[in-house]
Design a protein around this ligand. Structure first.
Ligand code: FAD
Length: 179
C-alpha cells in the first residue's frame, strides 16, 4: 500500500512540471518509486482502490488537460532509470533517457541504436510509442519488455515479427488487457 512506498508520494502534484509543453493540471496521486518493491506497492494500491494508474515518461508525447488526472501517476527515476549491460544486451529501466542509453552503450563500445539519440524520450515512453526515425525504430532493438502486475509477478512482452508501425499498438493492447 502507499504507506509502504519508500520513494516520493505527493498529492495534487502539478503535471505541468513534467510535461514537455509545461501545461496540464494536477495528478491526484503522484509517485516516484525508489525501486521495484515500491512499484509493486503502488500497483497494489491502485488496484485495490480501483484507481487508474499511468506511467509518465519524459512527457514529450503527453497532453494533460487543465482539470488534471484522477489517477495514480508514476514517474520512474533512480534505480528504475538505469542500464545493466550483459554482453551485447542491456536490461534498461523504463525511466532512462534514450540519449543517456545511447551514451552508456557507446561507453561500452556498443553501437546500433544511434538513430534514436535525438528523440526526446525515456526508454519506457519510446517502447510504448515505438519511437524512431527513418533510420531505425526502438522495436528493432527490443528483444523483450518486462512489466509488473499488482500481485508482484512480472509479465514479458516479446515483439512479434509484424510491421514496425504496429508494434507499439500491439504492446499497448497487450499490457492493457493483461489481468
Ligand atoms: C521536439 C520533439 C521531437 C520528437 N521527435 C520524435 C522522433 O523523431 N521520433 C519519434 O518517434 N517521436 C518523436 N517525438 C515524440 C516523442 O518524443 C516520442 O513519442 C517519445 O517516445 C515519448 O517518450 P516519453 O518518455 O516522453 O513518453 P511520454 O510522453 O511521457 O508518454 C508517452 C506514452 O507512453 C506511456 N509511458 C511512458 N513511459 C512508460 C513506461 N515506463 N511504462 C509504460 N508506459 C509508459 C505514457 O503513459 C504515454 O501513454 C518527438 C517529440 C518532441 C516534443
Amino acid at each position: 500500500m502507499l504507506g509502504e512506498v519508500r520513494g516520493t508520494v505527493r498529492f495534487k502534484e502539478p503535471l505541468s512540471f513534467y510535461t514537455a509543453l509545461r501545461t496540464g493540471g494536477n495528478a491526484d496521486i503522484f509517485v516516484v518509486p525508489q525501486d521495484l518493491d515500491d512499484v509493486r506497492h503502488t500497483l497494489a494500491f491502485a488496484y485495490r482502490q480501483q484507481l487508474p494508474l499511468m506511467v509518465l515518461g519524459g512527457g514529450t508525447k503527453m497532453l494533460v488537460k487543465d482539470g488534471g488526472i484522477r489517477a495514480v501517476v508514476v514517474k520512474l527515476e533512480g534505480r528504475l532509470a538505469r542500464a545493466d549491460f550483459h554482453g551485447e544486451e542491456a536490461m534498461v529501466g523504463g525511466g532512462m533517457g534514450l540519449a543517456t542509453l545511447v551514451r552508456h552503450a557507446a561507453a561500452q563500445e556498443l553501437g546500433g541504436i544511434e538513430p534514436l539519440v535525438g528523440i526526446p524520450a525515456t526508454v519506457g515512453g519510446a517502447v510504448m510509442t515505438n519511437a524512431g526515425t527513418a533510420d531505425g525504430w526502438i522495436g528493432d532493438y527490443l528483444s523483450a519488455s518486462y512489466f509488473p502486475y499488482p500481485d508482484g509477478s512480472f509479465g514479458e512482452y516479446k515483439p512479434p515479427s509484424t510491421p514496425m508501425a504496429e508494434r507499439g499498438l500491439e504492446m499497448w493492447a497487450s499490457t492493457r488487457s493483461a489481468r
